[in-house]
Ligand binder design. Structure first.
Ligand SMILES: [Zn+2]
Length: 309
């Protein structure tokens, strides 16, 4: 369920069946620089503000005017954070905004892609591009939305609602190897969201008909100010369905947070930060799945019982 490996993909151009033919007249003086990449690799892996050489930057249109157009790929491979996907998926270019002409002058343009699987998530790129030779040129992203960088599952964003911005910053710091920073952001998120997380655990406990004693402990923990005291109160009080490899997720989070930050190297902090995010994601996955299953079951029961009347 955890998203990874966004960058470990091949650099192949996004040429697929049905994509337009590239004009094949070749000219050896037009060889792009060695570090030139494809449009597809550029869109998928390059952050805004970085100018790169693009191979096959444009394609000549058939027909009378033989105009040149930006050779934007029909599909690219990106992370989709919707509840249906939560992983790497193909995104298809929206046809209502075709790539613009690219002749001698630089152009600014937008490209929009939509997840082919859920057809919900959209990705928009604003790009500035120009030609250097007949077939290759350079491009820089002016921006993209959702922002460049590792994306975060919708379920986790919902779990930490008011701290979504901190979560984004933490994830960005983590992806850039800024361990101390990522750890500090995640610590804030866990401590700020203690009440919300315990509320979600209590909802799961209620749905799974947990004994009243356990519900009372969750209630007490909810009202405790100190995170460590709350974790101690419910160290044996989490429904079995939420345990991660047999461990209480709150206890694991607390252990990760109690490590002495000042003593740790950036690398140690980074590893702890990643662990915190993975555990939080697993917890968000489990609570939302159990609560959703329960809601669906209730719906199904309602439909059957109504029919019997
Ligand atoms: Zn999707």
């Amino acid at each position: 369920m955890i998203e990874e490996n966004a960058e470990q993909r091949s650099d192949e151009p996004g040429v697929e069946a049905g994509e337009q033919d590239i004009t094949t007249e070749s000219d050896s003086s037009e060889t792009p620089p060695d570090d030139a990449i494809t449009w597809r690799a550029f869109l998928e892996t390059t952050p805004p503000g970085v100018t790169l050489a693009i191979r096959e930057i444009r394609v000549q249109q058939p027909g009378r005017f033989r105009s040149w157009k930006v050779y934007a790929p029909d599909s690219i491979f990106l992370y989709c954070g919707s509840d249906h996907c939560t992983g790497m998926r193909f995104f298809t270019r929206s046809s209502y905004r075709p790539p613009p002409e690219l002749e001698n002058d630089p152009v600014d343009f937008l490209l929009t892609y939509k997840c082919r699987n859920c057809e919900i998530t959209e990705k928009r790129f604003a790009v500035h591009a120009w030609t250097e030779e007949l077939y290759w040129g350079r491009a820089v992203k002016i921006g993209e939305y959702p922002p460049f960088g590792p994306q975060i599952p919708a379920r986790l964003q919902r779990l930490v609602q008011q701290d979504r911005d901190l979560l984004m910053k933490g994830r960005r710091a983590e992806s850039q190897g800024l361990g101390v920073g990522a750890f500090a952001y995640y610590r804030r998120i866990v401590e700020d969201n203690k009440d919300r997380v315990i509320d979600e655990i209590r909802r799961v406990a209620e749905k799974s008909k947990a004994p009243p004693e356990l519900l009372q402990r969750l209630e007490r923990a909810r009202n405790m100010v100190q995170f460590s005291a709350a974790v101690e109160e419910i160290k044996d009080g989490v429904p079995e369905a939420l345990l991660i490899e047999g461990h209480n997720p709150l206890t694991i989070l607390h252990q990760a947070l109690s490590q002495e930050l000042h003593a740790g190297t950036d690398q140690e902090c980074l590893e702890l930060a990643t662990s915190i995010r993975v555990v939080l994601t697993a917890l968000a996955d489990r609570t939302s799945r159990i609560l959703k299953d329960e809601a669906e079951l209730n719906q199904a029961l309602k439909r059957i019982l109504h029919r019997d009347k």
